[in-house]
Design a protein around this ligand. Sequence first.
Ligand SMILES: Cc1cc2nc3c(=O)[nH]c(=O)nc-3n(C[C@H](O)[C@H](O)[C@H](O)COP(=O)(O)OP(=O)(O)OC[C@H]3O[C@@H](n4cnc5c(N)ncnc54)[C@H](O)[C@@H]3O)c2cc1C
Length: 405
Amino acid sequence: MARETVDILVSGGGVAGLTAAAAFGSMGFSVACVDPAPPVTDGEAEGADLRTTAFLQPARQLLEEAGLWPRLVPHAAALQVMRIVDAGGEAPEPRIVKDFVASEISDEPFGWNLPNWLLRREMVARLADLPNVSFRPGTATKSVLTRESAALVTFSDGATIAARLLIAADGRDSPVRHALGIDVHTTRYGQKALAFAVTHDRPHENVSTEVHRSGGPFTLVPLPDRDGRPSSAVVWMETGPEVARLAALPVPEFEAEMTARSAGLYGPLTLVTRRSVWPIISQTAARMAGERTALMAEAAHVVPPIGAQGLNMSLGDLRCLLDLARERPDGLGDRTMLAAYERRRWPEVKARAAGIDLLNRASMIETRALRDLRAGTLNALYSMAPVRKTLMKAGLGMNPARPKG
Ligand SMILES: Cc1cc2nc3c(=O)[nH]c(=O)nc-3n(C[C@H](O)[C@H](O)[C@H](O)COP(=O)(O)OP(=O)(O)OC[C@H]3O[C@@H](n4cnc5c(N)ncnc54)[C@H](O)[C@@H]3O)c2cc1C
């Protein structure tokens, strides 16, 4: 069989890999994207990814360049306010409520929230419009051999491809990362997350709400109305055994517990989807590039779902790769490009992962005295307007300083 050649091979067709394929395809590069699992593009279907992704401000331009934004915006709920609630007192009631308001730092919302299964549907449809992109669900990356001139990849069906740039977007257990012998540093918190959607009586008014008590945050992120009722996506983090208990509760008892954990902020919560369970870890790869290969998204970094950072960091990786490819298209995948990728992304990824680790540890605190300290810190940081605005910009990834070269 003659070996196929492409500019870019994307290993992994999760949300990050599909976005990468659409973005590079829209720039005119020839792209192949492989994934062993056909994407589930219906929210009711078995195996549908019920998480949602809050795309933060900087993601918008990238999604526009990838031809995805017009497809996504009709389904998106805008996030105008990030509300942090401390309910760490004696009773699970809100004792400190602080609103971080998008209009304090720009004319745009903080971001836009969309269900992951719907992202996959729209992204796969976009790839079908790009004649220079071939998406191959049902095909896995099996082995990788890299040379100075190309990455040679063999698939589960026996076919091989030579790519100038191999992008590993194949998840936290990345086979490409293993093939390159790149180590990871993993932190386990003994935590899991429940992800599901709810409807409620009170409108969310485009406010995303994080309620902190112990075990991890309980986060409600706005969704468009469902069956004529206000709706939100929920991520509820707790210890592993507690999540197992909650996931097994009959629905009425579960609804009572989640309404109490939400501090009753939106009235009684009604469960409208399955409950899916996600292990929570922090993980960073020892490096983000190898010969002819760039690691991105969860192949390079996994963080707890706090502040909508996970996929947004991944889009930061992609932004960097796109900029480097645009600056020197002839150097796609060469040593110079990949060294620049490592230099530009690695410090930012490391710093952000460390910050999220700290926030997660603070949200897990059990003892009352430390919960009081946490509440005091929130109060103090919030009351200083310049600090508040800097925190908001940093959360969005609007850091002005970026290593060049
Ligand atoms: C509960 C929860 C809520 C979250 N909420 C947010 C949020 O609001 N905002 C945000 O930015 N992030 C959020 N995140 C993080 C975000 O969901 C992840 O960063 C993102 O889904 C990971 O995308 P990925 O494409 O890197 O990995 P995955 O989705 O794991 O995709 C990897 C793909 O690689 C494929 N693969 C595996 N083996 C092979 C192989 N041999 N060959 C080829 N392909 C292979 C897999 O089939 C899979 O499709 C959340 C995470 C969790 C757990």
